[in-house]
Design a protein around this ligand. Structure first.
Ligand code: XIL
Length: 714
């Protein structure tokens, strides 16, 4: 039983770890269905395979689970299939086609005419001279028709011509097309001919023009122009293939959206044909390996995930014209960009990344949700600061001025997102809005600018995650109970007490109720602990414990008591040490030094029945251990997202009352069943679940509000 409680508390604590912490990629459990299933109402999800992929049972499993369209990465290209004129080599292509036939998966054919991976016999003689146009056309025709005929039954569409448009910049008066040997022989007409030959061989196959830098405004205009001229000339072109070799910095989603809008004015079919998102600034069809570092940091993973998630959001919006999205390779293990570019949703061990879950786990309702533009500065902003802002739906919007930065990430975002990635606006400021409404209440966050952690200069600071973090408040519907109102206020004063055991002065904040200075009464005391990574400021600074007390007292809901908030020494423990954290030192400071100090310097009732200890998260673990070690000291126990007690362990302690609470998003069943077990065993116990909140301060503000009225009752 003890073990389960401990594990439960540790689970709580792990939820509390900051989004930006360096933990490395998380292990994702083996999926039971695939991307193709998640996207069945949108478009096909395809993959480019090599011959190793289709012969490795582990990878075959992934391919069959995830994808419903297959492209041969190299095997159907001109050079591999016909290295010498008339000498065909179908081995690799047949193997992949047979794999598809056997598994009932249709193929995208790639590619019939390309300036790369093509036998030179196609366009030049043995001396290296370009062939006459007619001879080149005859070569092209027999090649195209041989391959299209051979795979007609299994290939549903072809990238007929690949990469024929010139890269930017194209100077005025220069051709918009690549100056390939084919272009030199025949000009643009060779493209038209390739489509005609393919159409003759298989009139049912959909025929695509395919290219990279497909979302770059200037090049996408040239691609559009080419396809438009083809359409006007009656060439049987059905669709445009956007290769989509993107990177974590670009293209912008506006560019992708604009390109799809533009292409959809001339074709009814758009495919993303070679999707990958590399972790460097390179873009396009060139094979470039990542330079420099070979490890991928968490912030780069976040950038990549964000780019994938936003891309798929744009693609879903265009599902009427997008009918297939193909990843270029099964996993980073086989990526043409090398593993250090980390470009796919499956890692080098062919295991899904966090980004896979994010792409798969989209919420169609969120796609529809319109953001209401009623953003107001967050109430925790520094004077005169507009950002961050919050709107009435709970979206948070950030704006940061960092002109020379290459990436800015806010650690706050929806679960699993790794944060909110800011992108540069027209004025060069970094702007971003959370992907959806945030939970009500207080949230810590920080910025990661080019990998370095900084605070947002817009907000006040709050100690959490072992540092003074930025903070934002999403107004809660029940904010009234911790609001600063026109009621009598108590005082929060700092005391410094000598700690002999640690040989230093230590600090505590002491809340004394409004009437404290006006009478001679003695008061009960609640020792209230913060969590891991926080300190003695947390409970009143972000927890508003004093205001919660003032309001409860003003409403007559509690008899006043003193609250003492000291540092629980939890920051001296770093993750990894969590599971063997020794509370003994703090127990000595609290019970043998601070409690006597308070009893000597405040009008406290120095009795067990009038002394309570409660803590949130790791402070709950401290509370659990210390209350059970010192049953003579504390009569009332409170665990706030900090685990549970069971009847066996409190037996004989003489406990007067036990409060256990947590947020509805952090496994509340444990709280409900533990409270019931305590009640059934005859203890005065209360279980409380804060609706719609997680391991955060709104949960604990509410817990304090619910717990205070039960304390010190006879
Ligand atoms: C790449 C393959 O992935 C590599 O294995 C090969 O060495 C070179 O070609 N644009 C295309 C694809 O249309 O055919 C390319 O594939 C990547 C760029």
């Amino acid at each position: 039983m003890k073990k389960t409680i401990f594990a439960g508390v540790c689970a709580f604590l792990l939820c509390a770890l900051p989004a930006g912490a360096q933990w490395g990629p998380r292990q994702i459990p083996e999926p039971t269905d695939g991307l193709k299933d998640a996207y069945k109402d949108y478009f096909k999800i395809g993959v480019a395979v090599n011959n190793r992929n289709v012969n490795d049972p582990d990878q075959v499993k992934v391919i069959l689970r995830e994808y419903n369209s297959i492209t041969a990465e190299n095997a159907m290209k001109p050079q591999p299939t016909e290295p010498k004129k008339g000498e065909f080599n179908w081995k690799d292509a047949d193997e992949i086609a047979n794999f598809c036939r056997a598994n009932g998966i249709k193929m995208r054919g790639h590619t019939l005419m390309w300036h790369s991976q093509i036998g030179t016999w196609m366009y030049q003689d043995e001396k290296g001279n370009l062939l006459p146009k007619e001879e080149f056309y005859a070569n092209m025709k027999h090649h195209i028709q041989a391959i299209v005929n051979r795979y007609k039954d299994v290939v549903y569409c072809w990238d007929v011509v690949n990469e024929a448009v010139a890269d930017s910049p194209v100077y005025p008066g220069r051709p918009e097309l690549r100056n390939s040997p084919m272009y030199q022989i025949a000009g643009e007409e060779f493209i038209y001919k390739a489509f005609e030959y393919a159409h003759e061989a298989d009139p049912t196959a959909l025929l695509y023009y395919n290219d990279y830098n497909d979302a770059e405004p200037a090049k996408s205009k040239r691609i559009y122009n080419l396809v438009k001229r083809m359409k006007d000339a009656g060439v049987p072109v059905d669709g445009i293939g956007m290769q989509a070799h993107y990177n974590v910095y670009g293209p912008s989603m506006k560019e992708v959206d604009d390109a799809i809008n533009l292409y959809s004015t001339i074709v009814d079919h758009i495919h993303l044909t070679e999707l990958d998102i590399r972790v460097n600034e390179d873009m396009g069809g060139g094979l470039r390996f990542r330079q420099g570092a070979t490890t991928v940091s968490d912030w780069e993973r976040t950038l990549q995930q964000d780019q994938y998630v936003n891309l798929f959001k744009v693609l879903r919006k265009h599902k009427d014209v997008i009918d297939c999205v193909t990843f270029w390779n099964v996993s980073d293990k086989d990526s043409w960009l090398g593993t250090s570019n980390y470009p796919l949703l499956f890692d080098e061990n062919v295991k899904p990344k966090q980004g896979y879950l994010a792409v798969k786990g989209f919420d169609p309702k969120m796609d529809e949700l319109e953001i209401i533009e009623d953003f107001k500065p967050s109430e925790l902003n520094q004077p005169g600061q507009q950002y961050p802002m919050v709107n009435s739906q709970g979206f948070a919007r950030f704006k940061v001025d960092a002109p020379k930065a290459t990436s800015v990430i806010v650690s706050l975002g929806l679960g699993g997102s790794g944060g909110t990635v800011l992108r540069k606006d027209e004025e060069g400021k970094w702007v971003g809005t959370t992907a959806g409404p945030m939970d009500e209440g207080f949230h810590y966050y920080h910025l990661t600018v080019d990998g370095g952690v900084l605070n947002d200069p817009g907000t006040n600071n709050y100690y959490g995650s072992t540092r003074w973090e930025s903070g934002i408040e999403i107004p809660a519907h029940d904010a009234d109970f911790y609001a600063m109102k026109n009621v009598p206020h108590g005082k929060v004063s700092q005391v410094l007490f000598w700690s002999e055991s640690t040989k230093q002065n230590r600090a505590a904040w002491v809340y004394t109720p409004p009437q404290y200075d006006k009478n001679k009464k003695k008061y009960p005391v609640l020792y209230l602990q913060h969590g891991w990574g926080e300190n003695e400021y947390a409970w009143w600074n972000q927890g508003h414990a004093n205001l919660i007390m003032d309001n409860l007292i003003a409403e007559g809901k509690i008899d006043p008591f003193i609250v003492v908030m000291t540092y629980g020494m939890t920051n001296d423990v770093r993750p990894g040490g969590l599971f063997n954290f020794d509370y003994k030192q703090f127990e000595t400071v609290l019970c043998d030094e601070l409690v006597p100090y308070i009893d000597a310097n405040f009008r406290s009732i120095a009795k067990k029945e009038s002394r309570a200890m409660a803590g949130l998260s790791m402070g709950g673990m401290e509370t659990h251990t210390i209350t059970l070690n010192r049953p003579e000291m504390f009569g009332w126990y409170g665990l706030l997202s900090g685990g549970t007690y069971n009847p066996d362990e409190v037996k004989g302690t003489g406990v007067k009352g036990i409060f256990i609470g947590c947020g509805s998003k952090e496994g509340p069943d444990m709280i409900r069943s533990a409270a019931k077990a305590l009640q059934d065993a005859g203890y005065n116990a209360k279980g409380y679940v804060s609706e719609g909140t997680a391991h955060e301060f709104l949960t604990w503000r509410r817990c304090l509000y619910e717990m205070a009225p039960m304390l010190f009752k006879k």
